[in-house]
Design a protein around this ligand. Structure first.
Ligand code: ADP
Ligand code: ZN
Length: 728
């Protein structure tokens, strides 16, 4: 079978023109009958890797899936695309099962879904041995590994496939990336010289934000309001928290439903269904919710408390934006969360408890860090980060501002820790610093300390946060059972003014709620039409009792609202519209579009946007980003741009941006290490002639003798001299 045939299948059934990364390679190994292990992040498009080639090969592909809900969802989705697929499971009667068996025998069924325990029964194995099985696809393959987060002993039985079907290839798919799990899957399934494909774990369409929980409900509503009428998940640590939050949200008029293991099965299924069919927008849940939820258009995932590990966080937050459309992941945490988890996990046997606590610490480090969130996540999963700022997290887009007098604040905090003889926790230290009259403080006489009230004018929340940040930068460490705060050797150097900390606080005006990539992807989209099409989708989904996103995904609706096709052939051009869906829903959607556009005299049949040439994200100009700040100590040492670029593993062009921030932020006037005297004078004389407003005239006047970057550096330094000629 030629790859072109797969391409054709992709277009005809799914309406896609191109493959996502690694899909082509993964499909190729299926076509070549070579065992494979495919590791891709959630939303990476794993299912298509076996679904598409199943249509290009003779016989039936057998797909193993751990959950009924997951199977049903996939089969519904395939049938909607016109693919002959079915599942057999315990909910089916014997007549239904016989019918499926007949479809397999006649060769008309292309994909057959079942649970591992059903597949390995002698009866099923005997039946399949007499059929033309094209290949086995093992979904959620990490379930076979005791090292995975979701071990299912029934997966172990799948080993038998290799022996019973020596000539049929076995393909495993998972989103769990650790090496140990990967190796385990290969051994347990007995894969032979498998092709191993590991995708990129960076999910660029997800916006990651972290904030302290201060007015939890308000912070939550702010997110939900921004995604009015769209789907989202809110995770809480405890059931009580789920119930409380749902009640509050409903009182405020939000369409929210709870989900946790303390509810009856019926109630849970009802709420989950309401969420999938979009009769409810928000599901508030414990981690009991999510496994097997394939809903592709979840637009936000808010954690109202800290998850217990980064693995959990990646998986739960990763349920947002599977369709590749932007989505937001927001973590709201408090120091108390750590205590709550420690209490809940405290009864584990010692070894497991140590492991759990160490995972918690890593999670806490993520929450309090001042480095790019995407970078931390990707690196946690063993991949290296070679990009610059991600432009999609609170740190990189600058919704955190760098505190000006970080050194002085840092010194005040550390000396207070010393005055308290390093015997208290971060909460207590912050209270002393802001001059709290708390009973405990008065009783201990700590209001008499010279450091009491030293940061009186600042918010306690900020001070508390800075203590964490000083910790994650190695100036402080927490010790012992009570997490008492101690000053490290580095911290002592900071006290002597030899080292500079970086402290961040929420920027005044949150100009970064949406990044550029978000606004870009809505370019040319008529929001009203998008809403109208979503309404239409919801009605169709209700009639057919399928989840809404099975009708069309968000990305497809958005494309429709941008191109506004007025005819069936034009609709077929939209990504995500295949032949079957065109036949089933085409007329209704064209009707909807034409009616909407004629009433408003909106143009139709607009050409699709060309993917814009990837412009590298630029560091924010107003406040330096945390990435830029990391270069400051290097510039303090007068290192050149190239040297800094090498040390930080960044492009020189990026580092020039950092240097500009550095000069502005540190009010540097002497830029001789980076611009030589002659060039400086040239720029200065050009400024005399053409002013400082725009770069282009300066550059042109100098006829290319000085680069744009150098001009920028000179300008920044001159501005620091408040209009005076620069001291040079
Ligand atoms: P995973 O199982 O890896 O989490 P899915 O198989 O659910 O991912 O796919 C995620 C989303 O990507 C789905 O909405 C799917 O329709 C979409 N998708 C898959 N392949 C392509 C493709 N080649 N082009 C566009 N969208 C795709
Ligand atoms: Zn980032």
């Amino acid at each position: 079978m030629q790859p072109d045939a797969v391409q054709q299948v992709l277009k005809q059934y799914w309406g896609f023109d191109a493959f996502l990364p690694l899909q082509r390679e993964a499909i190729q190994s299926v076509l070549e009958n070579r065992d494979s292990l495919v590791v891709m992040p959630t939303g990476g498009g794993k299912s298509l890797c076996y679904q598409a080639p199943a249509l290009c090969r003779e016989g039936v592909a057998v797909v193993v899936s751990p959950l009924l809900a997951l199977m049903k969802d996939q089969v519904d989705g395939l049938v909607a695309c016109g693919v002959p697929a079915a599942a057999v499971n315990s909910t089916h009667g014997s007549e239904e099962k016989r019918q499926v068996a007949r479809q397999v025998e006649s060769g008309e069924l292309r994909l057959l879904y079942m649970s591992p325990e059903r597949l390995v029964t002698p009866r099923t194995l005997d039946f399949l041995a007499n059929q033309n099985v094209s290949f086995f696809a093992i979904d959620e393959a990490h379930c076979i590994s005791a090292w995975g987060h979701d071990f299912r002993p029934e997966y172990r039985g799948l080993r038998t496939l290799r022996e019973r079907f020596p000539n049929v290839a076995v393909h495993a798919y998972t989103a769990t990336a650790t090496d140990q799990v990967r190796r385990d899957i290969v051994t347990q399934l007995g894969l032979q010289e498998p092709e191993i494909l590991v995708g990129d774990f960076h999910r660029s369409n997800l916006q990651y934000h972290v904030a302290r929980r201060e007015r939890g409900l308000g912070q939550l509503c702010e997110v939900i309001d921004r995604f009015r009428d769209q789907s989202g998940i809110v995770y809480c640590i405890t059931r009580a928290e789920v119930d409380r939050t749902t009640t509050l949200l409903r009182e405020l008029g939000y369409s929210a439903l709870p989900y946790h293991a303390g509810m009856s099965d019926d109630e849970r299924i009802r709420n989950q269904d309401a969420f999938l069919t979009e009769r409810a927008n928000t599901i508030v849940a414990t981690i009991a919710f999510g496994m097997g939820i394939d809903k592709s258009n979840v637009r936000y995932v808010v954690h109202l408390g800290m998850p217990k590990s980064l693995e959990n966080y990646q998986q739960e937050s990763g349920r947002a934006g599977r369709d590749g459309v932007e989505a937001e992941c927001r973590l709201l945490f408090s120091g108390r969360d750590l205590m709550t988890w420690k209490r809940m996990l405290g009864d584990l046997p010692e070894e497991a408890r140590d492991a759990a606590f160490s995972s918690l610490e890593k999670m806490n480090a993520y929450a309090t860090a001042v480095t790019c969130r995407h970078k931390m996540l990707v690196e946690h999963f063993g991949q290296s980060w070679t990009r610059g700022p991600c432009n999609a997290c609170d740190v990189c887009v600058g919704s955190l501002a760098v505190v000006d007098d970080a050194l002085v604040i840092g010194q005040k905090i550390l000396s207070c820790v010393l005055r308290l003889e390093q015997r208290f926790g971060a909460d207590y230290v912050s209270q002393v610093l802001v001059g709290s009259q708390d009973q405990r403080i008065l009783a201990a006489g700590h209001n008499q300390l010279s450091t009491w009230g030293l940061l009186r004018d600042l918010r306690r929340q900020d001070v508390r946060q800075w203590i964490e940040q000083l910790g994650s930068q190695g100036f402080l460490r927490k010790e012992g059972e009570y997490n008492t705060v101690e000053v490290t050797d580095e911290g002592r150097r900071l006290l002597r003014g030899e080292l500079m900390p970086t402290l961040l606080q929420p920027a005044k005006a949150s100009r970064a709620a949406t990044s550029r990539s978000v606004t870009d992807s809505w370019e040319g989209v008529d929001q009203g039409l998008f809403d109208a099409l979503r309404q239409l989708r919801r009605e169709i989904a209700l009639q057919r009792t399928v989840p809404a996103y099975i009708v069309f995904g968000d990305a497809t609706l958005r494309e429709m609202a941008r191109q506004r096709p007025s005819s069936l052939p034009a609709l077929l051009e939209v990504r995500g519209v295949g032949q079957q869906k065109l036949a089933d829903f085409g007329e209704q959607f064209i009707d909807g579009i034409v009616t909407y556009c004629s009433e408003r005299q909106l143009s139709m049949d607009v050409a699709p946007l060309q993917p814009s040439a990837a412009t590298p994200p630029r560091a924010a100009v107003a406040a330096p980003t945390a990435n830029a700040v990391q270069s400051f100590p290097l510039f303090d040492q007068r290192l050149s741009v190239d040297q800094v670029a090498e040390r930080m593993g960044r492009a020189a062009s990026t580092v020039f941006g950092y240097l500009e921030s550095y000069i502005r932020h540190r009010k540097v006037r002497d830029v001789s290490p980076w611009v030589n005297r002659a060039e400086f004078d040239l720029v200065e004389s050009a400024i005399h002639d053409v002013g400082v407003e725009r770069l282009r005239p300066i550059f042109d006047t100098l006829e290319g003798r000085v680069t744009y970057e150098q001009i920028r550096i000179v300008l920044a330094s001159i501005k620091n001299s408040t209009g005076e000629p620069a001291v040079h």
